[in-house]
Design a protein around this ligand. Structure first.
Ligand code: 26M
Length: 825
């Protein structure tokens, strides 16, 4: 049939052009004599979409035939970025289609640049989910993503007088070719109501949850196809959008209360309106809890419906279904499945609980106490009365088992309890997630160890440590090297003799034998240089600042957070500036010029993080306009850091900073992206930095600072003893306080975090060793040939950090799933 109707098969230039013109004239209803870049983008996107749908159908058909165990990745965030370039490359269409648009008078780069990012995530956790979907598709695993289709993604960042201002990200303003609305897949989701007890025909006590129509909302599915690289497989992310079940309150309308008549409708639509912009920080908003249940309920009913189609008995559920919880955000899924099995299917509690725990596994992404999800019991009780009962029962049976194992340890019961016995009580979502899962993992070796030694220590004591393991994060080399850095990708392919490295990143090891070839190094440097020119142009366009592509590009781009210590970075910049000013012109001639580049969003309510942005911009203003230092230092804050900006910044970096206080950054994933692109890193002994160090060796990374096991003692000392501030740091603080960077009063709360606070993130303790490490960077960069060798060895040793490796570990060790390749029809 596909052949007969000529839908979405052919890959050649002519078929592309035919389809392009058809979409311009029909889908867009435009004249072919009047196509702007945006229309060209839409027509190209729709042409690619046709091909995606074909593969997507073939993949679903293969899954239906085999009916394998499937994995469901539940994530409130999928930070996909743009899709067109990625789809063209993964499908192998880029060359032919590039020729095709060229003949029609367009440049593919301009077309690609028309796409808005799908920014349905905050940062690391959301982007990780996107990389994992790419790997699941590439490795042919039968997998689904489930998430929410937010009307507004992460806010857009502008700068005004150096301060961050937030603009809404209304990304669906124009048509979105990367989603397939499934108006036929709708699911009712209940809220509030009451629970009735009854005795069923077998004499068993059962519960039924009933509510009013006005408290039910409808979930509508929107499917986002995710193509694998070098495979026919194309998997699906199902995003739910909320809409009212009861269309309109006619009674209210007839009473003349128009506003009230539409209010219910608006409240329903509100549920998926906006992505919460907090990263590594919990906010206890009721609407956020409603989002979580709405999403979990719709997803589980979809999953259960699919399972029921195969008519297998319930005790085979966990042999057909694996559900991965991306942090605690979907933890209610555990309760919801238990409710479905017990209340709706009439399965005995214990049997149901076995099915539930064998189905779920939980990934923790942070150890920061302020990020731990806790929900007030009265709030859960009001919105989800039956779930609250079930949580209490889960907790009771769990604590009874603990009590049997440790009859004399009453403190242990309080520590392990899912319920925090405060006023009001709280539900501890991480505890619920651990109790309801068969496996719990951290995202880098150190992080997973710290979980076992600190916040989950008591659970390790009870369950033993087999339940807790590590799955070090990974990134997709398709987007983060092949797509973002085409020049380097081409050079690597040529040197290795094939593109196989894109599916087996360990093959990059083959680059090692090229390190000593002068010509290869020259081409490596040329690729890096052209990326730096591209970034310099972007900086000029987005900030007006002119930077020298021959300078050392020093980059820190990530969410702005105290634990990530952008503050320490800018304090170090001030130190450097003051040192440069003291030099004579002759001495300055020996200095390697530096461009220090920042980027990242602060949560709108995070006052201190916003002050850090202001300080960076104030310091940049002074330094960039001081001719006396003769362009040896420039400071840039690139606004609105997002996935597509990252794709320009990362390949252009010489050194990037990953300088979190030891023990606070669970993994970090941009560190992997930088090194894969031949950028060196300056980092603390934290997260995945440690494993990157192990892989690339001492000579190719700059590590500094106190270790995680020293942090507690240092914090204790800051709290209870008078620790003098590091003298170099004090000098920098004095400089800010003297008004050198504008009215210092606005920075007082920020400076206080070090001087009058407890220096919780240990900037003073690490400052000297940070400056020392920076000095080593300056020295090393002077020897260009040696630096280039380091750069090559960095990429060459990054095989481990492919998301393919990570996904294979999850698939084999946690999910127990096998690949199901789609057949070509
Ligand atoms: C929670 C409650 C209410 C509103 C928002 C949240 C919330 C949202 C995102 C909490 C945490 C969120 O993300 C955490 C995160 O991104 N963690 C990062 O995960 C990466 C992938 O594993 C790691 O590499 C980073 O180190 C870690 O900070």
């Amino acid at each position: 049939l596909w052949e007969k109707y000529g839908v979405g098969e052919a890959d050649d230039k002519e078929s592309f052009q035919k389809s392009f013109i058809r979409h311009v004239t029909t889908t867009l209803a435009r004249s072919v004599y009047n196509i702007d870049n945006f229309s060209a983008y839409q027509a190209t996107a729709h042409t690619v979409r046709d091909r995606l749908i074909k593969r997507w159908n073939d993949t679903q058909q293969a899954h239906t035939e085999v009916d394998p165990k499937r994995v469901y990745y539940l994530s409130l965030e999928f930070l996909l970025g743009r899709s067109l370039d990625n789809a063209l490359l993964n499908l192998g269409l880029k060359e032919n289609y590039g020729e095709g648009v060229k003949e029609l008078g367009f440049r593919m780069e301009d077309i690609l640049d028309e796409e808005v990012d799908a920014a349905l995530g905050n940062g690391g956790l959301g982007r990780l989910a996107a990389c994992y979907m790419d790997s699941l598709a590439t490795l042919d695993y039968p997998a689904w993503g489930y998430g929410l289709r937010y009307t507004y993604g992460i806010f857009q960042q502008r700068l005004k007088d150096g301060f961050q201002v937030e603009l809404p990200d209304y990304w669906l303003n124009f048509d979105n070719p990367w989603e397939l609305p499934r108006l036929d897949v709708t699911i009712d989701v209940k809220f509030c109501g009451t629970v009735n007890r009854y005795t069923d025909e077998t004499g068993k006590v059962r519960h039924v949850w009933v509510n009013e129509d006005k408290d039910t909302v409808q979930a509508v599915a929107y499917d986002v196809p995710i193509p694998g690289y070098g495979t026919k497989n194309c998997i699906n992310i199902r995003l739910w959008s909320s809409k009212p079940k009861r269309k309109f309150n006619l009674k209210r309308f007839n009473e003349g209360q128009y506003e009230q008549a539409v209010q219910e409708q608006m409240e329903a639509e509100n549920i998926t309106a906006v992505l919460y912009p907090n990263d590594n920080h919990m906010v206890g908003k009721e609407l956020r809890l409603k989002q979580q249940y709405f999403w979990v309920s719709a997803s589980l009913s979809d999953i259960v419906r699919r399972f029921k189609k195969s008519s297998k008995p319930w005790d085979e559920f966990s042999y057909q279904v694996a559900i991965q919880l991306n942090d605690t955000h979907p933890t209610l899924a555990i309760v919801e499945l238990q409710r479905i099995l017990v209340d709706l299917e009439g399965i005995d509690w214990d049997e149901a609980w076995k099915i539930v725990t064998n189905t779920f596994a939980f990934t923790n992404h942070t150890i920061l106490p302020e990020a731990m999800e806790r929900w007030p019991v009265p709030m859960v009780q009001y919105l989800l009365p039956r779930h609250m009962q079930i949580i209490f029962d889960i907790n009771l049976f769990f604590l009874q088992a603990v009590e049997r194992a440790y009859p004399d340890d009453r403190e242990l019961l309080a520590k392990l309890s899912i319920i925090e016995e405060s006023t009001p009580q709280f539900v501890r979502m991480a505890h619920l997630a651990i109790v309801g899962s068969h496996r719990v993992n951290g995202v880098a070796a150190l992080h997973s160890e710290l979980l076992k030694k600190t916040i989950f220590k008591d659970f390790v004591r009870y369950y033993g440590d087999e339940k807790f393991d590590n799955k070090t994060n990974g990134i997709t080399p398709r987007r983060w090297l092949h797509q973002a850095n085409p020049k380097l990708s081409e050079l690597i392919t040529e040197a290795l003799g094939s593109k196989n490295w894109l599916k087996n990143l360990e093959l990059l090891k083959g680059l090692k034998s090229h390190v000593d070839k002068v010509d290869f190094r020259k081409r490596w440097v040329t690729a890096k240089h052209s990326n730096k020119v591209r970034l310099a142009e972007y900086i000029k366009k987005s900030t007006g600042i002119i930077v020298n592509p021959n300078a050392l590009f020093d980059v820190q781009v990530k969410r702005i957070h105290e634990y990530k210590r952008q503050f320490m970075n800018i304090l170090g910049v001030i130190h450097r500036y003051n040192a440069l000013k003291k030099l004579t012109s002759q001495e300055r001639a020996d200095i390697v010029p530096r461009v220090v580049i920042f980027g990242g969003k602060a949560a709108p309510g995070y006052y201190i993080a916003k002050l850090v942005i202001k300080l960076i911009n104030s310091v940049a203003d002074v330094i960039n306009n001081d001719n006396s230092i003769e362009d040896t230092l420039k400071v840039v804050f690139i606004p609105d850091y997002n996935v597509s900006v990252a794709e320009i910044i990362i390949p252009a970096s010489d050194i990037s900073q990953h300088i979190s206080t030891a023990g606070t950054e669970a993994s970090g994933t941009s560190n992997m992206k930088f090194v894969l692109n031949g950028g060196l890193i300056l980092g603390t002994v934290d997260g995945a930095n440690i494993e990157i160090h192990e892989e690339i060796g001492d000579d190719n990374i700059f590590m500094f600072g106190n270790l995680a096991d020293q942090v507690d003692d240092l914090r204790h000392a800051h709290r209870y003893r008078n620790i003098p501030i590091d003298p170099s740091l004090q000098a920098v603080i004095n400089d800010i306080e003297s008004g050198h960077f504008g009215d210092s009063r606005i920075f007082a709360p920020l400076i206080n975090t070090i001087t009058h606070g407890k220096d919780y993130y240990l900037i003073s303790d690490d400052f000297q060793s940070y400056l020392d490490a920076q000095k080593l960077v300056d020295e090393a960069y002077k020897d260009k040939e040696e630096w280039t060798k380091k750069s090559i060895l960095c990429s060459a040793n990054m095989g481990k950090f492919s998301s393919d490796r990570a996904i294979q570990e999850y698939a084999e060790q946690i999910w127990n799933i096998d690949p199901v390749p789609a057949k070509r029809s």
